[in-house]
Design a protein around this ligand. Structure first.
Ligand SMILES: *Cc1c(COP(=O)(O)O)cnc(C)c1O
Length: 394
């Protein structure tokens, strides 16, 4: 009606680059053909760079949750005790999958908005010396929190407890070098940082995780040892979504083209930009200290109708945000800035946020929040990624 472009500023699915869309439109190749094997082996090498591992990264035909399920079913047997960091919707999902497998689950729960504390994990390990694995999110997408995976991994060193990380909203968005940090299993999905449509998931295992997988064998569909043997020949167990692999080829060239440092620097700068913009609109940030680099969770003041805000932003500005989940439904905006999102998209998003706010019971900001946000972006490009951003109110 208004001829606006539709912009997906959600934490998945994310916008698709033109190069990826064109690759997706190619004729399908047959998945047992040489041309396909060559392509798969090429993207495999790139995926290893992105994951920071020398082990194979297996593509699976499923949503991200499929890879989470494959991890649980392949690494553990019913009755095994595991620890789950539950600090939001996706932490809760680890528990649900583990219970469905018949595992004994010890939950380390945190209030939504908080990150796991490595000291608590140390204490939990003391109390549960028979635990065999620990599950966590890199980025808890329901709250916009970044868990300190590197520090958690350091606590697990020499304990025999495997570390399984759901990196679905973090891989390709913020650093998570699997081998260097000592992660035993890292999973992600196609529709977030990887700039693809939904439908593919990825999983990589450490050497000791492979030993566990060879013992447990997962399920008929998610048979990782068999998948690994096939991948070595450029094959997959079943019919792979070949068009998505063609798209992945284009996406990997974009992601790695200017180096991982540039990719993470851009993500970091966008994070600073959106956080600064929200603060300039006098909106409180939900995750004050440990925040994700791909989604910013913004609290709405009392009296603002969050559902209306989302509708106005979509209908009148073409910007699609995600709202809060569970008890934060209607009270939060989750502003996605992962994948194929740049500073101009973020500017449009901040404008839609302010416009939606005015239309749904909020006040009109008098400060130049767009200018402030954009200068935060440019400042952030010049500093080491990961430094705490300045609070624009001080
Ligand atoms: C999106 C997301 C998932 C779920 O992925 P699906 O592809 O919907 O199965 C799991 N974990 C995290 C952290 C996510 O962001």
């Amino acid at each position: 009606m208004l001829l606006n472009k539709a912009r997906l500023l959600t934490p998945g699915p994310t916008p698709l680059p033109e190069q990826v869309r064109l690759a997706l439109a190619k004729d399908a190749v047959h998945h047992r053909e040489h041309a396909f094997s060559d392509l798969l082996l090429k993207v495999e090498e790139q995926l290893k760079v992105l994951f920071g591992t020398s082990e194979p990264v297996l593509p699976l035909a499923s949503s991200g949750t499929g890879a989470m399920t494959a991890a649980v079913d392949s690494l553990f047997a019913p009755g095994d005790k595991v620890i789950v960091i539950n600090a939001g919707k996706f932490g809760e999902r680890w528990s649900m999958i583990a219970r469905a497998r018949g595992l004994q689950v010890v939950e380390l729960c945190y209030e939504w908005g908080l990150a796991a504390n490595p000291e608590d994990i140390e204490a939990c390990l003391e109390e549960n010396r028979d635990a065999r694995g620990l599950f966590v999110q890199l980025s808890e997408t329901s709250t916009g929190v970044l868990h300190p995976v590197k520090d958690i991994a350091a606590k697990l060193k020499n304990t025999g407890v495997m570390l399984i990380v759901d990196g679905i909203s973090g891989v390709g968005i913020c650093p998570c070098p699997m081998d260097e940090w000592g992660i035993d299993c890292l999973v992600t999905g196609s529709q977030k940082g990887l700039m693809l449509p939904p439908g593919l998931a990825f999983i990589a295992l450490s050497e000791r995780a492979w030993k566990a997988a060879e013992k447990n064998r997962g399920s008929f569909y998610f048979n990782l040892p068999k998948e690994r043997a096939n991948l070595a020949k450029g094959q997959t167990n079943f019919t792979t979504p070949v068009n998505l692999i063609q798209g992945l080829d284009a996406a990997m060239d974009l992601l790695l083209g200017e180096g991982l440092d540039t990719l993470y620097r851009k993500q970091w700068a966008l994070t600073c930009m959106v956080r600064t913009g929200a603060l300039a609109l006098d909106l409180p940030l939900f995750a004050p200290t440990h925040y994700a680099w791909g989604v910013t969770s913004i609290m709405l003041p009392a009296g603002v109708d969050g559902d209306k805000l989302l509708k106005v932003a979509a209908d009148e500005c073409g910007i699609v945000f995600a709202g809060g989940q569970d008890h934060y439904k209607g009270r939060m905006v989750r502003f996605g800035h992962m994948g194929w999102v740049d500073w101009a998209d973020a500017l449009a998003g901040l404008h839609a946020l302010a416009h939606g706010l005015r239309a749904s019971g909020g006040f009109s900001a008098s400060r130049d929040y767009l200018e402030t946000a954009l200068s935060a972006y440019h400042r952030a490009l010049d500093v080491e990624p990961g430094r705490v951003i300045p609070d624009v109110r001080s």
